[in-house]
Design a protein around this ligand. Structure first.
Ligand code: ADP
Ligand code: MG
Length: 589
């Protein structure tokens, strides 16, 4: 984790007792208590919406589950709040899991709509159940206490709430800087790349949905005992929108933005509730209109939220390199040189009436570089997608090390030892080169969300980074480790993708136009790397337009045109083929 994040946590940890000791008026302590609870809920949205790209209007409902669970159980069964907290968390996790499993496969606008439906249904459920006091809610909830000492109000509650918030912020920062966190950060850039790295995007979506709900549930538990009453209005759709609003204002992808957003909205809301009726002469929920306008302005002029204005002035320090002595990751057993690795038999892909790949057959043996060439639109990338499981072939067979992989999801094919790059570079621009490349080693690690949050994943993290650095150096990118991937030129971006693919310890490497956008010297360096890989027994399938490069390094060429196989054979033979010359002279070069 970058150092300034640790500094932020430290400052907050010191600020909490200091603020508690300051002679602030009680009003402000109450405000800070509310801000602390709001921030907790918004922190969940930072993870879910900001980092994961999943918009949820239903976050307030999970606050409600936490609040109502403890309210009902302490009132009716006389249970201790310290026990009901965990019952609330279990109920929240259960319901979030169910809602998540049902809704998270939806894409685009369906997910936000589904979360609206979920938020509304829970609101009406809370409002209509007799046992929950209908719309009046439940009253007379006990205050929190430890050993007879009341910590449920004022400064004691402030310290409790903010230390919980601090712990959540630390856990979240640690999570985002881990194997699981990198997988979560890859969700926003579409699932294709992540799945090609062997990541189950759906599983991670459900995970962050549940995690966000758990943060909210703790906030609800605190809220119930702080206000000593619960009623549905605090957990309805309006609050769901407000939480999202706080996340957006603060800076939806930033942990600190959660506190900035929650604080600002809480204070503004309070001021506006006093000010607006005076200005308008009547009372009404005008603050909603002001917020709406502010949100539109905000999204237009400061889409990254308020925190980004602060955040960009904090210099990013390069990660401390502490993995030189980490143990090497285990490597998979590789096929012997010359063994059949990939066997494509009459693979066919039809998009409606268009036959993009028309019964193509070819083979790749261990230690071979096979070039797949042909004019634009010939079907090369589609062939790649068939082999790597991105597209299900209409018919035919793709055997990888003897196993037919048609119908196997791309993340499982990746697990088997097939790694790829993309014609259009797919990466996470706001992660460093090193972190992007470490994503490639995802399947070689095991530590999940909990070890990341508790920081018990350090040894494995060091192994992953060591491997990422090794692969970057192998490909001549050693000096780019700490660079933001989004700042790289096209050439280095492509090389980074190759390093990422190599991190998976593949048996077969598929490169889609790796030399596009590379300068002459970079191309030569790439050719050297590919030769070196081949020397180490790697099998490579290469789609490339640069004929010099292809002729230099390929052992076998497969030529496609209009989806069909034009010819295949050794480069010298293919080069002389009149059909190939015609195809190429007709379209390009
Ligand atoms: P290449 O990589 O050789 O340039 P592609 O494999 O990208 O060619 O495309 C082959 C043909 O298939 C093109 O005519 C393209 O428009 C079509 N095609 C590719 N992907 C799809 C898709 N998802 N849906 C419909 N048509 C597609
Ligand atoms: Mg292509």
């Amino acid at each position: 984790m970058p150092k300034h994040q640790h500094l932020g946590l430290l400052i907050l940890a010191l600020a909490i007792p200091v603020i508690a000791l300051l002679p602030l008026p009680d009003f402000w302590i109450t405000q800070l208590n509310m801000i602390g609870m709001y921030s907790m809920t918004v922190l969940g949205l930072v993870l879910l919406t900001g980092v994961g790209g999943l918009t949820s209007f239903g976050q307030a409902a999970f606050v409600g589950i936490g609040a109502y669970t403890t309210a009902w159980l302490t009132l009716n069964l006389g249970m201790s709040p310290w026990i009901t907290l965990f019952i609330g968390l279990a109920l929240t996790a259960g319901s979030a899991l169910i809602v998540g499993l049902i809704t998270l496969r939806m894409s685009g606008h369906y997910l936000p709509l589904a979360t609206i439906a979920w938020g509304l249904s829970l609101y009406y459920l809370m409002g209509n159940l007799d046992a929950l006091g209908k719309y009046d809610g439940l009253l007379g909830i006990q205050s929190l206490s430890v050993a007879g000492f009341d910590i449920g109000q004022g400064r004691a509650f402030f310290v409790l709430t903010w230390f919980i918030l601090l712990a959540f912020a630390a856990a979240l920062l640690h999570l985002l800087d881990s194997r699981a966190g990198r997988a979560i950060r890859s969700l926003k850039s579409g699932s294709q790349m992540a799945e090609a790295m062997g990541i189950s995007t759906f599983r991670y979506k459900v995970t962050i949905f549940v995690l966000a709900a758990l943060f909210a549930s703790v906030a609800g538990w605190l809220l119930a005992h702080f206000q000593r009453t619960v009623n549905p209005s605090a957990f309805g759709l309006k609050m769901g929108i407000e939480y999202l609003f706080m996340a957006v204002i603060g800076g939806v992808g930033h942990v600190w933005g959660a506190i900035v957003g929650a604080g600002l909205i809480r204070v503004l809301e309070d001021q506006l509730q006093v000010l607006l009726p005076k200005l308008m002469g009547t009372s009404g929920s005008y603050e909603v209109i002001v917020f709406g306008v502010a949100l539109v302005v905000m999204l237009k002029y400061l889409p990254d939220g308020l925190w980004s204005m602060v955040g960009k002035h904090i210099p990013a320090k390069p990660r401390k390199v502490d993995w030189q002595h980490a143990a090497a990751l285990p490597e998979r057993a590789k096929p012997a040189n010359g063994e059949l690795v990939l066997d494509v038999q009459k693979a066919r892909m039809q998009f409606g009436g268009l036959v993009a790949v028309n019964d193509i057959s070819f083979q790749i043996h261990a230690g071979q570089i096979v070039g797949l060439i042909g004019p634009n639109g010939a079907g090369k990338s589609t062939t790649f997608n068939l082999i790597t499981g991105v597209l299900p072939a209409t018919s035919g067979e793709v055997r990888f090390q003897g196993r037919n992989v048609i119908g196997t999801p791309s993340r499982d094919i990746a697990q088997l030892g097939m790694a790829r790059t993309f014609q259009h570079v797919k990466m996470i621009p706001d992660m460093t080169v090193l972190e992007n490349v470490a994503l490639g080693a995802h399947t070689r690690g095991r530590k999940g969300v909990l070890p990341a949050m508790l920081r018990t994943n350090r040894a494995e993290e060091r192994q992953l980074f060591r491997e990422a650095q090794r692969q970057l150096e192998r490909i001549g990118m050693g000096e780019y480790l700490h660079e933001q991937a989004g700042n790289l030129a096209m050439g280095p971006q492509r090389l980074m993708e190759i390093a990422r693919a190599l991190c998976a310890d593949p048996t077969l490497l598929l490169l889609d136009e790796p030399a596009a956008g590379l300068r002459h010297k970079e191309k030569q360096a790439l050719a050297d790397v590919l030769r070196q890989l081949k020397g180490e027994g790697m099998s490579i399938l290469l789609v490339e337009h640069d004929m010099d490069l292809v002729m230099q390094i390929c052992d076998h060429l497969v030529v496609m045109e209009f989806g069909t196989l034009l010819t295949q054979g050794p480069p010298e033979q293919v080069q002389q083929d009149p059909k190939v010359r015609a195809a190429y002279l007709g379209t390009e070069h």
